[in-house]
Write a protein that binds this ligand. Structure first.
Ligand code: FAQ
Length: 338
């Protein structure tokens, strides 16, 4: 056995022990190449989803019905940007630079959540997105706070707190509408009708068609299967819909005493497959907008890079001068960088 083989065997043993005792794997730990690959895929796709997910709601900021609603929506959209940034940072600790992850999104090689390829047609959609989309996101993401990869799990803790606020604001929008005029109630119902199926599909394909689940669960990345989480979500939203006075658009939805869960009807998986292949109702528009935003932000990236370079040079000069014990100019002593 070579020294490299020994190191790999030792690394694998340490990794297996961490997973077996349900501990955390940290960036400097040895990890199998496939573990790194699957996490980079999931975490970066999650980051892309947060960033693309800003679009349907950002589109409503100027049209929100009051100043209060505008400021709440603006804060929510900013939160999503923050989530994207934590997640890109977590993904980068696995070794792929953010520029490359971004390139995977812009070139269409990386996926982002199917849900953000649907249009937000009315103000009630802001309620349906908050209640159903953020609600599904919480159901899916609370178990991810215990994901075996440390930076991902830690990022998820903060994200989940913010998602809970998002879900409440969506619920509150829908509650007001569903207790408002007939036209408002109709608008709320139509929004729920449009977002219900796509929200259930956020959990991914049925377990039998989910190629990644089994291994991700064995590695303690995913703690529950796609169908388990989907069921948990359905069980959660049925009583919530009743409290809202709205119905869920599924004739097969019924309490199953034996299972202790709600049964629900088959989802349109053909549509799902088509959406994740980039043929959703807004797929082209979302990617076009993202590419434009990236190009428009080039000057900010260039300015930030130039500033970082100047800071690094100033700090290197400062260290050289300190090491030769020469008296330093007054500007450096007070930390001026201009
Ligand atoms: N959309 O084998 P599985 C949010 C792909 S954030 C598109 O089951 P896995 C916050 C999957 O990538 C929403 N693609 O895969 C917010 C794989 O393709 P690949 C995002 C999907 O990874 C709210 C293939 O299908 N959340 O909403 C989808 O084990 C409001 C086979 O699937 C996350 O990313 C889908 N729905 O399970 C923001 C959570 N489902 O990569 C703004 C973290 C599956 O092999 C406003 N991610 N695919 O080519 C996860 O939990 C998992 O990655 C799953 C998929 C559950 C999404």
């Amino acid at each position: 056995m070579t020294t490299t083989d020994d190191a790999v065997a030792q690394g694998q043993e340490h990794f297996d022990a961490l997973i077996a005792e349900d501990s955390r794997v940290e960036p400097r730990d040895w990890m199998p190449a496939d573990y790194r690959k699957t996490l980079t895929r999931q975490v970066s796709q999650h980051a892309h989803s947060e960033i693309i997910g800003m679009q349907p709601e950002a589109n409503w900021i100027t049209r929100a019905p009051s100043l209060k609603r505008k400021s709440i929506l603006m804060a929510k959209v900013q939160d999503e940007a923050g989530h994207g940034l934590y997640l890109y940072s977590a993904a980068e600790t696995l070794g792929t630079p953010r520029s490359e992850l971004n390139e995977q999104l812009l070139s269409g090689r990386a996926k982002y959540s199917s849900i953000f390829n649907y249009p937000a047609r009315t103000w009630a959609d802001m309620g349906a997105i908050g209640w159903l989309v953020d609600g599904a996101a919480i159901c899916n993401q609370v178990p991810l706070c215990r994901a075996s990869y440390g930076p991902y799990g830690r990022a998820m803790v903060r994200i989940c707190k913010e998602e809970s606020f998002h879900q409440r604001q969506g619920w509150e929008i829908l509650y007001e509408l569903s207790h408002g005029t007939e036209a408002q109630k109709k608008m709320a119902q139509e929004a729920v009708n449009r977002f219900y199926g796509p929200a259930l599909q956020m959990f991914g394909p049925p377990d039998g068609d989910s190629p990644n689940s089994q291994q991700s669960m064995a590695w303690n990345i995913k703690r529950f299967s796609n169908d388990e989480l989907r069921q948990r979500f359905v069980d959660m939203i049925v009583p919530q819909a009743e409290a809202l006075g709205l119905s869920l658009p599924d004739p097969d939805l019924a309490w199953n005493e034996e299972r202790g869960h709600y049964d629900y009807g088959e989802l349109d998986w053909e549509e799902f497959m088509s959406v994740i292949k980039g043929r959703g109702p807004c797929s082209v528009q979302r990617m076009k907008r993202r590419r434009e935003a990236h190009e428009n932000g080039a000057w900010v990236r260039e300015a930030a890079a130039a500033y970082a370079e100047r800071q690094a040079m100033a700090s290197a000069t400062h260290q050289n001068e300190s090491s030769t014990d020469r008296p330093r100019p007054a500007a450096q002593l007070i930390g001026a960088t201009a």
